[in-house]
Design a protein around this ligand. Sequence first.
Ligand code: 3PY
Ligand code: MG
Length: 253
Amino acid sequence: MASLAEKLKNGQTIVTAWSGLAVPILSELLARSGYEAVTMDLQHGQHDLASARDAFAAMSGLNAHRIARIPVGDFATASRLLDLGAEAIIAPMINSAKEAQAFADFMKFPPMGRRSWSPHRAAMLAGQDVETYFQRANQDLLALAMIETKEAIEALDDILAVDGIDGVFVGPSDLSLTLSNGAALEPNSPATAKIAAEIASRAREAGKIASIFCLTAEKVHESREAGFQLMAYGMDMGLFSQAATDALKACKP
Ligand code: 3PY
Ligand code: MG
C-alpha cells in the first residue's frame, strides 16, 4: 500500500474517520467499514498513548492509515505517537512559525528536525526494517499544523515556510470563535468556508497539503472542491449514537 504521504502528494483525496472513544475495536470497525484513515484524538477525545497504541494495532493489516491529534503544545507526545506507528500528527493551535518549528523538531529526524531515535514498533507496523524506516521517515510521516486562530492566519505564510511542516489542518469551530471574538460558533457558515478555502489555496501554492475537519458530508464535498485533500468526517461517538437512534426509530410500531 502506498504511504499516506505518497497518496496525498500524488493528489489523491482521503476521508479520515475521527476517533474520540478509546476503544480500539471501534477504530478497527471504522477501518473495516472502508475508511482510508482513522484519527485518534488526544486533544478533545478520550484517547491516550495506550489506547492509540492499541487502536493502531487493531487496524494493522487493514487498508487504513494511522493518524493522531496531540494536545495543545504537547510535541513530545507527537514523537511518542510516531514511535507507536502514527503516519501523520495533527497539532492544534499552531499560531506562529516558532511553534510550527517546535512541532517539526519533534516530528523529523536530523537534519530537518531533532526527533530522537527508537521507532521499532513503528517500523514493525510499517512492515519495514529500521534502516528503511529511517530513510523514509522524514518524507513519509506528516506534520500537519492546525490553523484555527486569527494569529495563525496572520502567520500562515511563515508557518507554511517551515521545512518540516508538511501541511495545514483547518479547525473550523475554533476559527469561527476567534474570528468573531467569541461572538459566534459557526463552523459551517459561508464566511468560515471562505477563509478555509483561502487557507487551502495558500497551502497548495506553497506546495503543502491542505486538510480540514468537516461536520457534514456536504462540507467534505465543498472542501474537496476548495482544494483540500484530507478531510476528517465521521466521529465514532456521533456515528454510533446516530445508528442507535435510527435503529430504534425503525422499530417504532
Ligand atoms: C475545530 O474545528 O476547532 C477543531 O479543532 C476540529 O476538531
Ligand atoms: Mg479546534
